[in-house]
Design a protein around this ligand. Structure first.
Ligand code: NAP
Length: 285
């Protein structure tokens, strides 16, 4: 039987419609949700990501302000910019586009953003809250994956969930979310022994390794749900994921394509987090 294609484009569009309505409600209460994005340097990939965020803000009605700082900006200047946005009550969400130039420490930058404006969910207070099951902002990509599973009717409770990759922004928060949803969760990484034996146990396999088409059908059991977080350009300059779609799709029950799977969800969840930040600042939550 052909696998179900989990349609991230459609689900992200639904979420953006919901955000649009929430923004209207906030505006009726005199609150104009606002996202501030800081980009340091003009890395072309970063510029595309920032443009996509601007477009999503324009679509949903969230005010978007961006700061393009020169490549040679030092850490102190960047931290001062963050501080002034922390103090600006008209700004609800702050995001610093990664990667940052050499000499700027991403962890220091993440800690500088007020947790209540940290719509990326990278501040240790928010990352920690997720692991403790407390309120906070959740990293947008794993939060988006959870929405994909929930809105596709894929049950997590009691399932064997294997996360391939343990990055702070994707793998670890993904595992915490699946655990919160009562999955039985295993995290794997580059030092995992007998990796395929572990991934073949998965009912739900989330792949975030950052290696183009690493995961083929030998990594999965028949009928698994496979979520592909990776984004790469192949030899023909076409987008591909961490999963070898041609080999895996015929054997799984559901799969996210690349493009059109996890990718569009990240920006949609960023919009959701911005509205949440504005609602909390206005005392609506
Ligand atoms: P990352 O920080 O590079 O982490 C990769 C993880 O995979 C690490 O934990 C690493 O293990 C593990 N790994 C690498 N090679 C492996 C191998 N051969 N076998 C087993 N484990 C291996 O990557 P990331 O930030 O999590 O991103 C992963 C992918 O998702 C990238 O392609 C990225 O572009 C994409 N991404 C997409 C979105 C989106 O919106 N769709 C958002 C974020 C990221 P160690 O820890 O042991 O080194």
């Amino acid at each position: 039987m052909a696998p179900v294609l989990i349609d991230g484009k459609k689900i992200s569009a639904q979420i953006k419609e919901e955000v649009k309505e929430e923004v209207l409600l906030l505006q009726q209460r005199g609150v104009a949700p606002c996202l501030a994005v800081i980009q340091v340097g003009d890395d072309p990939a970063s510029s595309i990501y920032v443009r996509n965020k601007r477009k999503a803000c324009e679509y949903t009605g969230i005010r978007f302000v961006d700061y393009l700082l020169p490549e040679d900006t030092d850490q102190r200047t960047l931290l001062a910019r963050i501080q002034s946005l922390n103090e600006d009550a008209s700004v609800h969400g702050i995001l610093v586009q990664l990667p940052l130039p050499e000499g700027i420490d991403e962890k220091t930058v993440a800690r500088a953003i007020l947790p209540s404006k940290d719509v990326d969910g990278f501040h240790p207070a928010n990352a920690g809250a997720l692991f403790l099951g407390e309120k906070g902002f959740i990293s947008c990509t794993p939060a988006g994956i959870l929405q994909l599973l929930n809105r596709s009717g894929i049950e997590i409770e009691g399932k064997e969930c294997v996360v391939l990759g343990r990055s702070n922004n994707v793998g670890k928060p993904m595992a915490a979310l699946l655990l919160q949803e009562n999955g039985t969760v295993t995290i794997t990484h580059s030092r995992t022994r007998n990796l395929r034996e572990v991934t073949r146990r998965a009912d739900i396999l989330v792949v975030a390794v950052g290696k183009p088409r690493l995961v083929d059908d030998t990594y999965m059991k028949e009928g698994a749900v496979v979520i592909d977080v990776g984004i790469h350009r192949n030899e023909d300059n076409k987008l591909c994921g961490d999963v070898d779609f041609e080999k895996v799709a015929p054997k799984c029950s559901a799969i996210t394509p690349v493009p059109g799977g996890v990718g569009p969800m990240t920006v949609a969840m960023l919009m959701k987090n911005c509205v949440k930040a504005a609602e909390e600042a206005a005392g609506c939550r």
